[in-house]
Design a protein around this ligand. Structure first.
Ligand code: GLV
Ligand code: MN
Ligand code: MN
Length: 418
């Protein structure tokens, strides 16, 4: 037996191969959840797994699991992984890096014939992004028992597709993956991901040891006024929901982030009804993505949103309705896992710091059911959710080496405690 080692070139080639699935002309990927491209990526991963003799499973949410047996296969598995779906104009690394690095870890263990105390499973969670079907992190949320998937049965995607239809097609596209119950027991979870922000690169650090994830709240604001003719309706006769919506967005952008450096507010989607050039819209809807590390501040920001929207709506004689599409409280990871990852980074001489994640991740829900932590690596200029997303080969190698080191360490610790 040799000591297990990451083959950086193999991992790089895999990342390249997956980046061709759903490739966009600008060098990114469009591999949205449960789409034909997502199915193709799952198929490739399953084929790679079977070629190495690993078992492949999926559950009712199409979460995909690749299992390498351990000495005692009755122990609950240690899960490592991330997601394969992307934003509509996403990068090659958001999700794919963690999933394929986890697969590289499994291959490295197999190459070295290293027997782990219990099974290790690579997981690719379904619909982390939430851009086609909202909310995000559906697969891990349902796995952790934090949401009942029945509520999504009649959900339609941003492209009008039926969630249940696409889920069924995705499950059927991988008949060789044996179906297992949703939420099977696990001993722990480690996820490697790009930072998606600028701090590691700016500070010249190889690794972020993630201690938790800030909270996210998605609101949908619907402003209803009166449809009318664009050419014939003078100002006093207008109840234009667009004027009200613009006022709301302007007020919110001017107040929420400038008054709190830790707050984030983003309007990423706007739609009008009927959406005609020469009609005053009857209604305008827009999304609000709110983030903050403190739950109490998220509550306060939501209160501010509600007040500003009511006032701006009243000014235009419009009614306003605000619904919650997603509420993910901030979460903290297991101190023991964090310490183990930090120590592993030290053994590999990788400079690191502890940090809180600004993006949400599947790990947030896994942390509710098992000891969980995350590893971040830098990405160029902190750019993500963008086709220009880039990770240096050295960072890819560092991240995968640390994931391997941490996986072996955590597996041993968990086995001793079992
Ligand atoms: C994850 O994709 C997020 O939006 O934080
Ligand atoms: Mn991601
Ligand atoms: Mn993402």
């Amino acid at each position: 037996m040799t000591s297990p080692a990451i083959k950086a070139e193999r991992l790089q080639q895999r990342l390249e191969a997956f980046s061709h699935i759903g490739a966009t002309p600008a060098g990114g990927v469009n591999r949205q959840a449960l789409s034909p491209e997502d199915r193709e990526a799952r198929r490739l991963l399953a084929e790679l797994a079977q070629a190495r003799g690993f078992q492949v499973f999926q559950d009712a949410m199409a979460n995909l699991f690749i299992r390498r047996s351990g000495r005692d296969d009755s122990l609950p598995p240690l899960l490592i992984g991330s997601h394969l779906d992307s934003q509509p104009t996403g990068g090659r690394f958001d999700g794919a890096l963690g999933t394929l690095s986890a697969f590289e870890v499994l291959e490295a263990l197999e190459d070295a014939r290293l027997e782990t105390p219990g099974p290790i499973e690579v997981v690719a969670w379904t619909n982390e992004e939430g851009s086609r079907f909202a909310p995000g992190v559906m697969g891990s949320m349902a796995f952790a028992g934090a949401a009942d998937p029945a509520q999504w049965q009649s959900l339609a995607g941003s492209d009008g597709a039926s969630f249940s239809g696409e889920l069924a097609a995705t499950l059927a596209a991988l008949p060789e993956a044996a179906l297992r119950p949703l939420g099977t027991p696990l001993s722990g979870y480690i996820e490697l991901h790009i930072e998606q922000g600028p701090s590691l690169e700016k500070e010249g650090l190889a690794i972020g040891v993630v201690t938790g994830v800030q909270g996210t709240r998605w609101l949908k604001v619907t402003v209803t006024g009166e449809a009318g003719h664009a050419g014939t309706t003078p100002l006093p006769y207008r109840r234009d929901p667009m004027v009200a919506a613009v006022g709301m967005m302007h007020q919110l952008q001017a107040s929420v982030m400038p008054s709190d450096a830790d707050a984030r507010l983003t309007v990423g989607r706007i739609a009008t009804i009927p959406g005609s050039v020469n009609a005053i819209p009857k209604a305008v809807t827009f999304s609000l993505d709110l983030r903050h590390p403190l739950a109490a501040r998220l509550d306060a920001i939501e209160g501010e949103v509600r007040t500003i929207c009511r006032v701006e709506g009243e000014k235009q004689g419009c009614s306003v309705e605000i619904s919650m599409a997603f509420d993910m409280p901030p979460g903290v990871f297991a101190p023991g896992m964090i310490d183990t990852i930090e120590a592993a980074a030290g053994r590999l001489s990788l400079p690191s710091k502890k940090m809180v994640s600004g993006a949400f991740h599947d790990a947030l829900f896994l942390a509710r059911v098992a000891p969980t932590a995350m590893i971040f690596v830098p990405c160029r200029d902190g750019i993500s959710h963008n086709e220009a997303e880039h990770v240096e080969p050295a960072s890819i190698r560092d991240g995968a080496r640390l994931l391997l080191e941490a996986t072996i360490a955590v597996a041993d610790i968990l086995a001793k405690g079992a």
